[in-house]
Design a protein around this ligand. Structure first.
Ligand SMILES: [Zn+2]
Length: 723
């Protein structure tokens, strides 16, 4: 095929692309083990189509652009679809969607009503019902011939065996997607990792792998072994293993779901629109999506695409895009199809959320409470719209559980704003040069011997809490963080500069910082201007000083969070501040007292007691106090609290009070108004319409006050109200 008009370079690249794509397809469709991420595949495919657009002579029959789907696997019997199953053209931007709509406009003189639906990340299947009974289930294959998976499909409860209703069409071929809901997908990937395998990159591969398990052969094998067994230990073990494998295979099929989204051959039933067809399919008992919308124009489609771009994780299964279809079936027929895809539909693809990248190294980070956390350093990869090069691996056990080795290709996932996660290795890609991660025995920052704090702890820590440089940096930075003292001008770099210049020995010195101090450190100064002598404070440094001053008057809970006491976050700190009111009261309370605070369990209480028992921790608090940091909240303006310490539940209506008013009345007198009756409840106020709470109160023998005496309860206390 040497053609002098095509440069050798283009020809060479074309061959490379065709080989790479065909190999990827073969791996993908036949072994369900992709070697390329969706993104890589798409980009190769696009390069190929662009190359063929520039040199149309290249587009020969060997090119994957000239066929649909992948080659048929030999594992299952072939089955010919009654009507051809097309794959869809993809769009990766709204401009490409617009170009698609423009082509429709040119062909039929308008952009008609469009049906929008989610592109489920699953496996396309073709179902044929005859006389209302399921006759066959097949994969798409090359679009004309797929694989017969009818037997396996009988283990998928989501696929109806018969159609509903009295008037079922004599023939109905429907297309749909087999997929795993997220929960099931995660469970299956955990099983894969536990067995030392690669995780499935996406639910589509998991669905394909699951559907292609030869249940029939497993059953035959089992029956064969059982019938020939003479009951030796080895035979019994073999039977048990086969039974267990079969059980796993069946349980996975059981979790698969189906959604239908297309019609093939049909008799005895007429459709005029895609959306109307879905209604008929739903009436016949086939699972359709309730997220399908018909919109009048492209603007409506854009809204749908944007909405699910933001809400794609509110759906119980993975989606990788949105499919737009011309709703009117007569117009679909007029528009027709190219050799590989219909012109009346397009799949808009969201940025991929799982990609493959190289795990270059596993390093460790020492956190602000000394916890040593391994994290993966990767070749930067674009995933879910941002570039990722690091991902936490939490602890050594997690590294082991994921089975990743340094040098592995790994699947990297990032869903929206979610923290990037290494899913697991691509085991098939290993060449033997990979090596296992070894957790360091000594702190990489200060050289101290690492160890678990208590026996049995999963985490290991650097015990040099006071002066480990890593922990110091993290703690100083943490004081300023938004959930603590909220000092915007004191960021990561400023924290490092304060420590490096020796302006603070630890977080205790932050609030005593002065302008004179900062002037001695280059990071906080600028060159003198006209008429100035010597270095001057930068604007950022001035802002930081002002913000530090302002932060000293923040509520007590913020100071408490800023101390980096393990487990003490804003919620626990607010509860402690509310109930105990001052740093001294919190410092002096023992664990038993602290654990009584609502929202503070024994773990937090113990962490607090231990923390305050450390003399240098107390010094930090004393330094802050001396600098003027507020150490107590002003007591709330309250009257007498005759109901203090009592937990009271109100159920049913209270004459003269709304529910909120009754609650307010109780809390203003010091009571805690609870929503449900438990052993901790002191009194239950029962009014008209009281439900199960009254019964529960009787069952738990909690004193009951009738609602008519609510006023007496407020005025004279519970004893008066009961008598
Ligand atoms: Zn250290």
């Amino acid at each position: 095929m040497s053609n002098p008009s095509i440069p050798a370079k283009a020809r060479g690249r074309w061959t490379e692309l065709v080989d790479a794509i065909n190999e990827a397809r073969e791996r993908y469709y036949e072994r369900d083990a992709p070697t390329l991420s969706d993104e890589e595949y798409d980009s190769l495919y696009r390069e190929l189509t662009e190359l063929e657009a520039a040199y149309p002579e290249l587009a020969s029959g060997e090119s994957p652009t000239q066929s649909v789907g992948g080659a048929r696997s030999e594992m299952f019997e072939p089955v010919e679809h009654l009507e051809r199953m097309y794959s869809l053209d993809n769009a990766f931007s709204m401009e490409e969607v617009q170009a698609w709509a423009d082509r429709i406009d040119r062909a039929i003189g308008e952009v008609p009503a469009l049906l929008c639906e989610l592109k489920v990340d699953g496996l396309a299947v073709d179902l044929v019902y005859e006389g209302g009974r399921l006759r066959s289930v097949a994969t798409r294959g090359d679009g004309r011939v797929g694989e017969d998976v009818t037997y396996n499909a009988s283990f998928i409860p989501a696929i109806p065996a018969t159609l509903k209703g009295r008037k079922v069409p004599p023939l109905l071929e429907v297309r749909g997607e087999i997929y795993f809901p997220l929960e099931a997908f995660e469970r299956i990937n955990a099983e894969q990792l536990a067995a030392g395998g690669s995780p499935f990159a996406n639910p589509r591969n998991a669905a394909a792998g699951t559907l292609r398990q030869r249940i029939d052969r497993r059953r035959e094998d089992l029956a064969d072994v059982e019938s020939r067994s003479r009951g030796t230990d080895r035979e019994i073990a073999r039977v048990e293993r086969l039974q267990a494998e079969l059980a796993v295979a069946v349980s996975r099929l059981d979790a698969l779901q189906l959604v239908v989204h297309g019609i093939g051959a049909h008799e005895g039933v007429d459709f005029s629109s895609q959306s109307g067809a879905y209604e008929v399919l739903a009436r016949l008992g086939l699972p359709t999506s309730d997220r399908v919308r018909v919109v009048g124009d492209l603007a409506g489609a854009r809204e749908y695409i944007e909405y699910y771009g933001e809400h794609r994780h509110d759906v119980s299964h993975e989606i990788d895009g949105v499919v737009l279809k011309v709703d009117d079936l007569a117009l679909q027929a007029r528009l027709g199809a190219t050799s590989r895809a219909p012109r009346w539909a397009i799949a808009f693809k969201y940025p991929p959320e799982v990609v493959r990248t190289r795990l270059l190294d596993i390093q460790v980070n020492v956190g602000r409470t000394g916890r040593v956390t391994p994290f993966g350093v990767m070749e930067p990869a674009r995933v879910a719209g941002s570039t990722v090069s690091m991902a936490t691996l939490h602890n050594a056990q997690e590294v082991e559980r994921k089975g990743v080795l340094i040098g592995d290709m790994v699947f990297l996932r990032k869903a929206g704003d979610v923290i990037p996660e290494i899913l697991g290795p691509v085991v098939e890609d290993r060449d033997g040069s990979e090596r296992a991660f070894v957790m360091p025995t000594h702190c990489p920052e200060c050289g101290t011997l690492l160890g678990p704090e208590k026996e049995g702890d999963v985490d290991i820590r650097c015990p040099n809490t006071r002066s480990c440089p890593a922990q110091l940096r993290e703690r100083v930075f943490h004081v300023a963080s938004r959930g603590a003292m909220d000092i915007e001008g004191l960021g990561w770099k400023a924290a490092i500069a304060l420590l490096d210049c020796g302006l603070v020995a630890d977080e205790g010195d932050i609030f005593a910082l002065t302008a004179a101090d900062l002037l001695t450190c280059d990071f906080f100064t600028r060159e003198p201007g006209k008429g100035e002598t010597g270095p001057q404070l930068s604007e950022n440094a001035k802002g930081m000083l002002e913000q530090i001053q302002a932060a000293m008057d923040r509520p007590l809970w913020r100071a408490l969070v800023a101390l980096s006491i393990r487990h003490v976050g804003p919620t626990a700190a607010q509860a402690l501040a509310r109930e105990l009111g001052s740093m001294d009261a919190i410092a002096d309370a023992d664990a038993a007292r602290l654990a009584e605070v609502e929202g503070v369990g024994p773990v937090i209480a113990e962490a607090l007691e231990e923390w305050f028992a450390e003399p240098w921790h107390r010094e930090v608090v004393d330094k802050w106090k001396a600098a003027g940091v507020r150490m107590a909240d002003a007591p709330a303006e309250t009257g007498p609290q005759p109901l203090a310490g009592l937990t009271i539940v109100v159920t049913g209506s209270v004459p003269g009070y709304s529910r909120d008013e009754a609650t307010m009345a109780l809390t203003s007198l010091g009571a805690k108004a609870a929503g449900s009756v438990s052993k901790k409840t002191d009194y239950v106020v029962v009014g008209e319409g009281a439900g199960s709470k009254a019964a529960k109160a009787e069952q738990l023998v909690v004193p009951i006050t009738p609602a008519e005496r609510f006023g007496v309860l407020l005025a004279d206390g519970p004893d008066a109200a009961r008598s």
